[in-house]
Write a protein that binds this ligand. Structure first.
Ligand SMILES: NC(=O)c1ccc[n+]([C@@H]2O[C@H](COP(=O)([O-])OP(=O)(O)OC[C@H]3O[C@@H](n4cnc5c(N)ncnc54)[C@H](OP(=O)(O)O)[C@@H]3O)[C@@H](O)[C@H]2O)c1
Length: 309
């Protein structure tokens, strides 16, 4: 089979389309015929060697995956050959930028029935990040006020929808580019961060500040003033420290997304119920993955890109 792999860390040119043997599922594993994998910034960081994740080399990127189960190892219950699944695979193991990938059976769940299987690869890790930021780290409850900075991106769309669904009052930032998607996600108030300073326009404290944007550290620290005493600041931008305020009891939490298949199963149900949506900006061929990594090195990749073998 074809698999995009890197044998050493480095620039995008370390990615090579290799011919490798189709993997065989061991005990507790399934083999997935890949429909697509999703590109994430962390794929770029692992290939470049920026991220402290102990990948085994050679490594196949693409930890978000969708596809069809085509072989089942011993001791697997509850999954069937031919079943459409999605999964968030452990980042250090081989991912889905290949024709087939072997995964622990407990890392996958039934794919959404209402979304094309190729596009479904864009769901797992960003939706889990939003969930974990809001609920596991932010502890958001009904009636609370939450400010989501960077709501116009892939994580933000899920975060706005989930926070609103939980009964929170959602204030979200969006530039004109992402205004309509943030509005459609259901934010109660939207601040165009290219025209207004949040400190000038948010006039009541929030319970939880969720940051998803690459803010300057001093701008991020200033936003802590918007959080009430004993509130929480949560950030997914793990490359910089999350500011809090010990004096006022404002907790600082940095999200490192974790696989959580039971939660992913709930998220899939929310997609099928129309409460979450899967947005894909581009589908690319597996052979074009090095070019996508090169593009990511020069700036932000807007929206989700799925990679089709
Ligand atoms: N720690 C983890 O486990 C984890 C997991 C997943 C993702 N992440 C990280 O979390 C972040 C969000 O992910 P994503 O996929 O949603 O990224 P994304 O699609 O790049 O979205 C980021 C959003 O922030 C907005 N933005 C940029 N500068 C801003 C500013 N100064 N003020 C307010 N908003 C601003 C962007 O522009 P517009 O307003 O123009 O739309 C964009 O919509 C990324 O840094 C990603 O790498 C971390």
């Amino acid at each position: 089979m074809k698999a995009m792999r890197f044998h050493e860390v480095g620039g995008p040119d370390v990615l090579r389309l290799d011919d490798v043997e189709v993997p065989t599922p061991g005990p507790g594993q399934v083999r997935i015929k890949v429909a697509a994998s999703a590109f994430n910034a962390a794929d770029n960081g692992m290939r470049a060697g920026f991220l402290p994740i102990p990948v085994r080399l050679p490594h196949v990127p693409g930890y978000d995956v969708s596809g069809t189960i085509d072989a089942i190892g011993p001791g697997v219950d509850g999954l069937e050959i031919g079943q459409a699944v999605v999964g968030f695979l452990a980042m250090e193991t081989d991912g889905g930028a290949a024709e087939y990938v072997v995964a622990p059976a407990d890392a996958v769940t039934a794919a959404p029935a209402t979304v094309d299987l190729v596009d479904a690869a864009a769901l797992p890790s960003v939706a889990l990040t939003a969930w974990q930021a809001l609920f596991d780290d932010g502890g958001i409850r009904s009636g609370q006020r939450v400010l989501i900075v960077g709501a116009g991106g892939a994580v933000g769309g899920h975060a706005v929808r989930l926070a609103r669904r939980a009964g929170a009052h959602v204030i979200a930032t969006a530039s004109p580019r992402s205004l309509e998607t943030v509005r459609a996600a259901g934010a109660h108030e939207i601040v165009d961060h290219t025209r207004f300073a949040l400190l000038d326009v948010v006039d009541e404290p929030v319970d939880v500040l969720v940051n998803l944007a690459p803010l300057e550290p001093e701008d991020f620290a200033a936003l802590v003033d918007l959080v009430r005493d004993d509130g929480v600041v949560v950030s997914t931008t793990a490359f910089m420290a999350t500011p809090g305020d010990d004096r006022r009891g404002v907790d600082a939490r940095t999200v490192f997304v974790r696989p959580d298949t039971p939660r992913l199963t709930e998220i899939v149900a929310l997609v099928d119920a129309g409460e979450l949506s899967v947005a894909v900006d581009r589908r690319i061929d597996l052979v074009d993955l090095p070019a996508l990594h090169a593009e990511a090195m020069t700036g932000r990749i807007a929206g989700k890109v799925v990679v089709v073998p």
